[in-house]
Design a protein around this ligand. Structure first.
Ligand code: BG6
Length: 492
C-alpha cells in the first residue's frame, strides 16, 4: 500500500552550512525524496548559504553529486532530479560579518509571505551570529522557523547561552531543536505501540516491568570527526539527547493528545524525575570506555587515540549508565543505557523485560521459564519482537522454550521508509513541533548530565579501554550483572 502524501505549503528552505556534510548527506537527499513523491509544491526554493565563493550553478553541481552519492539509483529519476536542481540557489554569506545578508534578504523578499525555514547545519558556535544576522537582515517574518542542530551547548550553562541567542530572535513556537532519533520510524512506532494498543499500558510499570534497556551501538568509529568528538564524548553526543529522548518516550505518562506541548510536558516530567547521579554514586552507576585498536567491519581498525593523533584523551567513546526514575510508575524498575562507537555491531534497540511469573506449575524437566521481553528494534532491521514462552513442539513431554512473535517492518511493509530527516523537515514546514525538543527539555537534560561530567573530570581516572569490535569494557557487563540482570542478546 502506498503511503499517503499530503503536499505541504510552498516554502523557502535556507540551508546554512550549505556545503557541509549534513546538507550533502541528509538534507538535500531528503528534500529530493520529498520532491520525488510530490510533497513539495513547485514554488518551493532551496537556498544554500555558506562562506565559500560559489554561484547557483556550482551549488547545483554539488547538490547533483550529493544526490547521486546518497540516493540509490532505483530511487532517482532524471526528470525529477532536473526539476529539483532548478529549485536550488546559492548565496555567499559571511555569517560573522556583513557580506551577503542583503543578497539573501533580496532573494527571500521575492516571496515575503512564504514559509521560511532557516536550517542551521553549521558549527554550533555560529548559531548566535546567524540568528543575529537574520534579525539584522529583516528576514525573520512571522512565517519563519529556525532549525537548530545538536549539540545545543556542552553543559547547562552553554546550552542556555545558545537558547538565549536563538530566543532573542525567534519565538519558542518558531524554534525547532532537532533530534533526528525522534524522526526514526520505529521511534514513532513506540508511541503507536504504547498508545494505540490496550495490551501493554496496564503492564507498563515497575509492578510488571523488571527493567528497561536502551542500547544505541555503532560499529563505526569517529570517522574524521575526531576534532568535534574529542570535545564531546558519548555522554554529550548521544546520551544527553538521543538516549534520554528515547527514555522519555518509553517512560512518559500517556499525553492527553499528540499536541506538541502535551507530549513535551510529559517528557519533561520524566527528565525531572531522573534520580540525580552525583558524588560517589557516579562511580557505581556509570561506566566510561574508549576503544583501542581491534576489529572493524572490513578488517583491523586503529584505536581512538591513533585516530586522534594524541597519546591520551579523557574522552569516552562508550558509556553505560544505570538510571532510576523516581516516580510512582517506575520506582524499582531501573533503565540501563549504553551507547558507544566501534562496538560489535550497529544496533539500536529498546528492551522492556517483564517480571518473572510468580509461580511455576511446570516441573523441572520443562526447563527454565524466562521472563517475557518486548524488543523494539530501531535500526537496522526495524521491527518489534515479543518474546514469549511456549511449549517446544512435538512429543517428549512438556518442555518450554522462549520464542519471539516477530514483526519485521521490511517484511510487513514493502515500501521505502522515509529517512528521519525527511520526515522532520516536513514537520518543520507544517509547523508541527511534537518531534522537536523544547527549551526546558534540553536544559533539564543538561542539568542531569552536568554532575556526571563533573564527577568524571574530578576523578581524574581515564576511561576504561575496550577492543574495537567488542561490546565495550567489561565493567559495562558488570554494571548490569551486579543487579542479577544481563544485557539483551539477539536470539536470547
Ligand atoms: C549523531 C552523533 O547525533 O548521531 C553521531 O553526533 C552518531 O556521533 C549519530 O554517529 C548516529 O545516528 P544514526 O542515525 O546513524 O544512528
Amino acid at each position: 500500500m502506498a503511503s499517503r502524501v499530503i503536499t505541504v505549503e510552498p516554502f523557502d528552505f535556507v540551508a546554512f552550512g550549505g556545503t557541509g556534510d549534513l546538507v550533502r548527506r541528509k538534507l538535500l537527499p531528503g528534500l529530493f525524496h520529498r520532491d520525488r513523491v510530490g510533497q513539495i509544491p513547485p514554488q518551493t526554493r532551496i537556498i544554500g548559504v555558506a562562506r565559500s565563493t560559489l554561484d547557483d550553478a556550482a551549488w547545483r553541481t554539488l547538490a547533483r553529486e550529493a544526490i547521486l552519492a546518497h540516493v540509490p539509483e532505483h530511487e532517482r529519476d532524471a526528470a525529477v532530479l532536473e526539476r529539483f536542481l532548478a529549485r536550488l540557489g546559492y548565496v555567499e554569506v559571511d555569517v560573522r560579518g556583513e557580506a551577503g545578508w542583503a543578497e539573501l534578504a533580496g532573494r527571500l523578499a521575492e516571496a515575503p509571505d512564504r514559509i521560511r525555514v532557516f536550517y542551521l547545519a553549521t558549527s554550533p558556535d555560529l548559531i548566535g551570529d546567524i540568528c543575529a544576522g537574520l534579525a539584522r537582515a529583516g528576514v525573520v517574518s512571522p512565517a519563519a522557523r529556525v532549525v537548530v542542530e545538536k549539540p545545543i551547548g556542552k553543559s547547562l550553562a552553554s546550552a542556555r547561552v545558545v537558547n538565549e541567542a536563538v530566543g532573542a530572535v525567534f519565538a519558542e513556537t518558531q524554534i525547532f531543536r532537532i533530534d533526528h532519533y525522534l524522526g526514526k520510524e520505529t521511534v514513532q512506532n513506540l508511541m503507536a505501540l504504547r498508545f494505540a494498543n490496550a495490551l501493554f499500558e496496564p503492564l507498563w510499570n515497575a509492578g510488571r516491568v523488571d527493567h528497561i534497556q536502551i542500547t544505541v551501538a555503532e560499529s563505526l568509529g569517529v570517522e574524521g570527526r575526531a576534532g568535534y568528538y574529542d570535545g564531546a564524548g558519548a555522554l554529550r553526543d548521544m546520551v544527553q539527547n538521543h538516549l534520554l529522548q528515547l527514555l522519555c518516550l518509553v517512560a512518559m505518562e500517556p499525553p492527553a493528545s499528540l499536541d506538541a506541548d502535551a507530549v513535551r510536558d510529559e517528557k519533561l516530567k520524566v527528565l525531572k524525575a531522573l534520580k540525580p547521579i552525583v558524588g560517589d554514586h557516579v562511580g557505581r552507576v556509570t561506566v566510561r570506555g574508549q576503544y583501542d585498536r581491534g576489529a572493524g567491519e572490513g578488517g583491523p581498525v586503529p584505536g581512538y587515540l591513533e585516530e586522534l593523533g594524541r597519546p591520551s584523551s579523557p574522552t569516552e567513546t562508550f558509556v553505560a549508565l544505570k538510571v532510576e526514575i523516581e516516580n510512582w510508575r517506575w520506582a524499582g524498575a531501573p533503565v540501563y543505557l549504553r551507547s558507544g562507537k566501534r562496538l560489535a555491531e550497529r544496533v539500536s534497540e529498546i528492551v522492556v523485560r517483564f517480571r518473572p511469573i510468580p509461580h511455576s506449575v511446570f516441573d523441572a524437566a520443562a526447563g527454565p521459564i524466562l521472563a517475557n521481553e518486548l524488543v523494539i528494534r530501531l535500526q537496522p532491521d526495524e521491527g518489534v519482537k515479543l518474546h514469549l514462552m511456549i511449549k517446544d513442539p512435538g512429543p517428549g513431554g512438556m518442555r518450554l522454550r522462549r520464542v519471539p512473535l516477530d514483526m519485521s517492518f521490511a517484511e510487513t511493509f514493502a515500501e521505502r521508509h522515509a529517512d528521519a530527516y525527511e520526515r522532520l523537515i516536513m514537520d518543520v514546514v507544517r509547523g508541527n513541533q511534537t518531534l522537536f525538543m523544547r527549551r526546558d527539555e534540553v536544559e533539564t537534560a543538561w542539568a542531569w548530565i552536568d554532575p556526571i561530567l563533573e564527577a568524571w573530570a574530578a576523578s581524574g581516572e581515564p576511561p576504561k579501554t575496550y577492543r574495537a569490535g567488542t561490546w565495550g569494557p567489561s565493567a559495562a557487563i558488570a554494571l548490569i550483572e551486579r543487579d542479577g540482570r544481563t544485557w539483551h542478546e539477539d536470539g536470547a
